[in-house]
Design a protein around this ligand. Structure first.
Ligand SMILES: Nc1ncnc2c1ncn2[C@@H]1O[C@H](COP(=O)(O)OP(=O)(O)O)[C@@H](O)[C@H]1O
Ligand SMILES: [Mg+2]
Length: 456
């Protein structure tokens, strides 16, 4: 069943229950107070007749009383203590007789009289009785009658009104519920549709601007998820395109030079030269594949980081010694600046990979007679390691993307220097696996500095 229908049904059921209960309550109270008004006024009338009779009961007064009764909607019958009728304003029918025959015990009859017939639903009359005295003795009874026809009519009208009112309320509320449940479930339905689209691989969903409630939060989360998935999909596509591009170039060389090297009329030195190119290019392919494989392992967290306490100044010194010749060769000054006895928790093999990558970059992207420095400091319980060069720098636009896989600022130059744009991606993954972070600052033509921050 549709959620809007379910919601609507539940609402309707609740409203129906509430309405039935409240209308029944209202009806009962109205009827009760109306009927009691009738009883009270009848009693009051009986009492005033009693007062008159007690003052004066001559035939003249009696005929007055009966005349008054016959002209009003209440009727009066006066009997003596033996039950003989002294006066009546109506014809005595069997219904009246039945009431007159109800025995009255004086002990529970107060001065204000009592109701002796209160069944307004089934009887023709409701009736009250009041005793009246003469010379201090009980002299007789005043019976007051009122036809129940009027009350019955009134109450049946009341029933009709209440019924119509209930129907009207119910109808209005049903319409209201119909629109309310539609409005409530609409965002849910759009979200359902959106997730359906997502599950089919279509990430181009746009949900309406979320409201400020739980539904809004849900819609916002779905939108974020869709955007992320879309981004990942695009990134994956770009990544695959870049990889195939990267592979195509060396493979084209290999293919082409292999064809040439197979020719019979080739002299040996040329053949060796072509085979060398083939070897170089296949090494390039295999190092690309190795780096990709490393990244894949990093991605799946299958890269175990075995941290140990390392004396960083010694560690950095050994790397420094190893890379120094390359820098000297290119005419670049390399400086190491690290306090002694700086200990860090790192995986030495992985961290060496990180540093070599960064140092290698500064070597590749620096010009002759510039300076590169490796610095380590401890600050606020954190260790900061910076590689600062005076190289070509990185344009501001490219800075946010240089850690992306296969991203290189200048494709042609990088190819000449032999990189795939995977180095920084690997570096960042490794540093994050160490629980640290890496930031970069760069000015074009001035130089670049990478800073690694490690928790102690
Ligand atoms: N020290 C640096 N100076 C200038 N540019 C740099 C530096 N380090 C990295 N880059 C830029 O960032 C890109 C990505 O670096 P990296 O992932 O190591 O790839 P590559 O294989 O090209 O070295 C490089 O192609 C280069 O454009
Ligand atoms: Mg590199």
């Amino acid at each position: 069943m549709k959620i809007s229908i379910k919601l609507g049904l539940w609402f309707s059921l609740c409203i129906l229950l509430i309405e039935i209960v409240s209308m029944t309550f209202l009806h009962r109270n109205l009827v009760h107070s109306r009927v009691h008004q009738e009883y009270d006024s009848l009693l009051e009338k009986g009492n005033s007749q009693r007062d008159i009779l007690e003052i004066n009961s001559d035939p003249h007064t009696l005929s007055h009383i009966s005349l008054m009764g016959s002209h009003s909607d209440t009727q009066v019958v006066v009997t003596n203590t033996k039950g003989e009728i002294i006066l009546t304003s109506i014809e005595i029918n069997s219904n009246i007789k039945d009431i007159l025959n109800i025995p009255i015990s004086n002990s529970n009859l107060s001065r204000n009289g009592k109701i002796i017939q209160d069944d307004w639903k089934n009887e023709q009359y409701i009736a009250t009785v009041t005793a009246f005295k003469k010379d201090g003795k009980n002299f007789g009874y005043v019976y007051m009658f009122k036809n129940t026809f009027d009350v019955q009519k009134l109450i049946s009208q009341l029933n009709k009104h209440i019924f119509i009112a209930s129907l009207l309320i119910l109808f209005t509320i049903l319409i209201f519920i119909f629109f309310l449940s539609k409005a409530l479930t609409k965002p849910l339905i759009t979200m359902k549709e959106a997730t359906k689209k997502l599950s089919k691989g279509d990430f181009s969903v746009t949900l309406p601007k979320p409201s400020n409630d739980e539904l809004g939060e849900l819609s916002h989360s779905i939108q974020t998820l869709a955007n992320d998935l879309n981004y990942l999909k695009q990134e994956r596509n770009e990544f695959l395109a870049s990889i195939s591009h990267e592979l195509r170039t060396p493979l084209t060389y290999i293919n082409g030079y292999a064809d040439i090297a197979r020719r019979n009329n080739l002299d040996e030195t040329d053949r060796v030269q072509y085979l060398d190119i083939i070897k170089e290019e296949s090494q390039r392919v295999s190092s690309l594949v190795k780096e990709l494989f490393d990244l894949a392992k990093l991605d799946q967290n299958r890269f175990s980081i075995n941290k140990e306490k390392v004396n960083f100044s010694k560690f950095a010194q050994s790397i420094y010694d190893r890379v120094l010749p390359a820098f000297t060769n290119k005419g670049i000054k390399l400086i190491l600046n690290c306090p002694e006895n700086l200990f860090v928790e790192i995986d030495p093999i992985r961290f060496e990979q990180v540093l070599i990558n960064l140092i290698d970059n500064s070597l590749k992207y620096s010009k002759e007679s510039s300076t590169t420095s490796i610095r380590a400091v401890e600050e606020n319980g954190k260790v900061q390691i910076s590689i600062i060069d005076q190289g070509i720098g990185i344009p501001q636009n490219d800075l946010p993307r240089i850690f992306d896989r296969l991203y290189r600022v200048d494709k042609s130059r990088s190819r000449a220097t032999g990189g795939f744009g995977l180095g920084l991606a690997i570096v960042r993954q490794l540093i994050e696996a160490h629980g640290g972070e890496i930031t970069v600052k760069s000015l074009i033509g001035e130089g670049t500095s990478f800073t690694i921050t490690l928790p102690r």
